[in-house]
Design a binder for this molecule. Structure first.
Ligand SMILES: Cc1cc2nc3c(=O)[nH]c(=O)nc-3n(C[C@H](O)[C@H](O)[C@H](O)COP(=O)(O)OP(=O)(O)OC[C@H]3O[C@@H](n4cnc5c(N)ncnc54)[C@H](O)[C@@H]3O)c2cc1C
Length: 473
């Protein structure tokens, strides 16, 4: 479905630009029979595909089956995201607070290795996912946000990895990308960007080549975990396996992670190619950038000189049911476009060619988690909170070990069965979540305009912290 907004030359679609650019592979047929397997993976996003690939690599004789609801794998957030592929150094302070020094460092290092592994995967298999090593910058765009990265810098210093995050003065930020809105910042130098849909399709091709049995257009309608194994049913058949992985992203909110996730949404606008403007503002080294707002903006350049500008300020979906608004939301796109112009005024009058969005599986900790289901035969992974491109490789590697019954350094990582606060039941969760989103929006708009935020907005924006939820990084 294409929705034309006030800008008739902009394509505002569910799937977005990256999926269109990556091209259409031949879909695999749906499941049409009973299949017996060793490993069952439900969900063909990055998490499911990395899990299946690593499981097959670790045990080539194992029969690994993957079921995906969409006609082609990688059409969920994995094919539609901003393509920031980064480790978790900006989250080191919050991981340390939750898990302690050594476990936090182990996870950050595993996430760091995941970025390198994704680059290595693309190189080894000739996957042209536009993988480009890049700095990941967090910048301040309001006095109230100056130094927001201080705790993360301190954690890196105190845990002996000061090189992983480096502070940048306003002049150093401007030398990398000039904007009237930018102040100081910090950079995580070992990050990368990708064309997300190309990475997903490259991964799918390698899965098929490795002998993973992939069934698409196969939404799982029921999943059961018993003493003898797991069973998934679709309209056309069923899979019975010894163990299983549920890598269904935000759909887990409507299943096993009902009390663990909030389904928010994030939206992206893409400009026409503007290479001369990128030259003018000195943004030519491929850095990917975020501001320091809780309702985060994230932006990057593309191979053909466009700017992809995303905003995590989209609506919250009651009970995880997005009703299409996580994907296509004219109001949010209009706001994101204005924010883009605030940061890069010279873009006014230039064409926004594409817009799209997708659901965000937000966890109260803002960290991904792997949860063992009661029978210890299946694991569910979600909660990346908009930061899954790099970390899903790390989590996929962990899931591969778990589903093969191994205990190793991957299964020992702190995000496996980590304790986290639960979210309230609906409709209280949605009402509270939307109130906090609107409070944050008002507070951050006032901060951007240099005003003192109103007392009500400030008070509402503080609620997550008071109940142990982490908002922001
Ligand atoms: C607009 C946007 C921008 C983002 N930008 C970034 C970014 O720049 N950097 C970053 O690190 N992260 C970003 N993210 C987050 C990132 O995309 C996710 O964290 C990541 O893709 C999660 O991968 P996943 O495999 O766990 O989930 P998903 O990609 O959601 O995959 C889950 C899959 O399961 C399938 N599925 C669901 N239910 C069923 C069922 N019943 N049966 C069978 N299959 C099912 C779905 O169709 C889907 O393909 C962004 C997300 C969005 C929406």
């Amino acid at each position: 479905m294409t929705r034309v907004l006030e800008n008739p030359r902009m394509q505002h679609t569910r799937l977005g630009y990256w999926i269109e650019e990556a091209g259409k592979p031949e879909p695999r047929g749906p499941l049409g029979d009973r299949v017996d397997a060793d490993v069952l993976v439900i969900g063909g996003g990055y998490t499911g595909m990395w899990s299946a690939l690593y499981a097959k690599q670790l045990e080539p004789e194992a029969r690994v089956v993957l079921l995906e609801a969409e006609p082609v794998c990688g059409r969920g957030p994995s094919g539609r995201n901003g393509g920031f592929c980064n480790a978790m150094w900006f989250s080191l302070a919050s991981m340390r607070e939750r898990w302690g020094d050594v476990p936090a460092l182990q996870v950050a290092q595993a996430a760091e290795q995941a970025v390198a592994r994704i680059g290595g995967f693309c190189e080894e298999h000739g996957v042209d996912a536009w993988f480009k090593p890049a700095g990941y910058l967090q910048v301040s765009t309001a006095p109230a946000h100056d130094g927001s990265w201080g705790r993360a810098l301190q954690a890196c210093r105190e845990l002996g990895v000061p090189e992983m995050l480096q502070p940048l003065s306003a002049a150093e930020v401007a030398a990398r990308c000039k904007s009237p809105a930018f102040r100081g910042g910090a950079v995580s130098p070992t990050s990368a960007t990708v064309q997300p849909a190309r990475l997903a399709l490259g991964l799918r091709e390698q899965l098929l080549g490795a002998g993973v049995e992939v069934f698409e257009s196969s939404p799982v309608s029921s999943f059961r975990e018993g003493d003898d194994g797991v069973e998934a049913r679709t309209a056309g058949g069923s899979v019975h396996a010894s163990r299983g992985v549920l890598a269904i992203g935000s759909a887990a909110k409507r299943g096993p992670l009902r009390s663990r996730l909030t389904v928010a949404s994030s939206h992206i606008v893409l400009t026409e190619p503007v290479p001369e403007l990128l030259e003018e503002i000195g943004w030519t080294n491929g850095d990917c950038i975020t501001d320091s707002r809780s309702l985060l903006h994230y932006f990057r350049t593309t191979r053909d000189g466009r700017i992809a500008f995303g905003w995590g300020g989209g609506r919250i979906a009651m009970g995880g049911r997005t009703k299409g608004r996580a994907e296509v939301d004219a109001d949010v796109i209009a706001a994101a476009t204005e924010h883009l112009y605030d940061y890069f005024p010279a873009l006014r009058g230039r064409r926004i060619s594409h817009a799209w969005g997708g659901p965000i599986d937000a966890s109260p900790t803002h960290l991904p988690a792997v949860t063992t289901l009661p029978g210890s035969r299946a694991w569910v992974a979600a909660g990346y909170t908009g930061n899954g491109v790099g970390p899903s490789n790390m989590v996929g590697r962990t899931l591969a070990s778990l589903v093969l019954g191994r205990a190793d350094e991957h299964t020992n990582l702190a995000f496996v069965d980590a304790k986290a606060p639960r979210v309230p039941p609906e409709p209280f969760h949605w009402i509270g979540g939307e109130a906090i989103r609107l409070g944050l929006l008002k507070k951050e708009e006032a901060e951007m305009d240099g005003h003192q935020p109103g007392r009500v907005a400030s008070a509402v924006a503080k609620v997550p912290e008071l109940i142990g939820f982490h908002i922001g990084r």
